[in-house]
Design a protein around this ligand. Sequence first.
Ligand code: ATP
Length: 274
Amino acid sequence: AQDKNRKKQGLAKLTFEQIGGQESAKLELREALDFMVRHEEISKFGIRPIKGILLTGPPGTGKTLLAKAAAHYTNAVFVAASGSEFVEMYVGVGASRIRDLFKEARTRAAKENKENAIIFIDEIEVIGGKREGGQQREYDQTLNQLLTEMDGIYSSETPRILLIAATNRKEMLDSALLRPGRFDRHIQVDLPDKKGRMHILELHAQNKPIETNVNLEKIAEESFGFSGAQLESVMNEAAIYAMRDGLEQISQAHLSMAIDKVMLGEKTDRQATE
Ligand code: ATP
């Protein structure tokens, strides 16, 4: 989890153009971000700033990419954490980790001279799951701290802080998180359709030598139901096949074989966890 996190922190150089498909998610997200960019107008109208955006959808569809592109678009510092980090933390440690995230966003923005900060929390359902009647929950303090921090975001203060959270289990979230002034913008990030898959394949083909007669559209058709992450794997596996064959370029057959490999790999993973 730590490794994944380090990768996710990265430098927020990613732009919306580097994300394939997801046209409506990109549009909705940009619209919401314009509230942050056009904060002067917003405050003139007395409009409440957006504090939280929730991205919902299956794994590997580009939610993290969207959050990073959002940071680039708003020229914000990007601070990331994942709900899974909070598993097995002692009582109180989770809450202080949340406090530190906000502190880090503020100090980094000051240091880098930026007016905006985006805090991204992946797998928010781990800490933000429903608190059910009187039950003692491990993550109560963590969630309460998150709510307190969100309530303490003021549009008049810099950096302006925006939280972006991702989940594939929206129905599990505590209603306190979904209230106005918290994560009140929801954006669906679905599996890509054929056009989206084509776009994603093209993006991941950019740095690879591919035979000119390869029909990527056919590959987009054959990879029905694949996520962006799986399509990235298809491109990578196809390149490995080409290299193993001692060839200089990736062929149609390599790509078709890679689709089977990725599909089969997923199945084996699933069987292993069952
Ligand atoms: P998870 O819920 O598992 O965290 P996620 O939705 O946040 O998944 P990402 O981490 O954004 O998914 O995507 C993982 C990788 O898959 C990306 O680094 C990228 O290589 C590829 N990918 C996923 N979606 C897209 C996309 N729409 N366009 C291009 N690449 C994509």
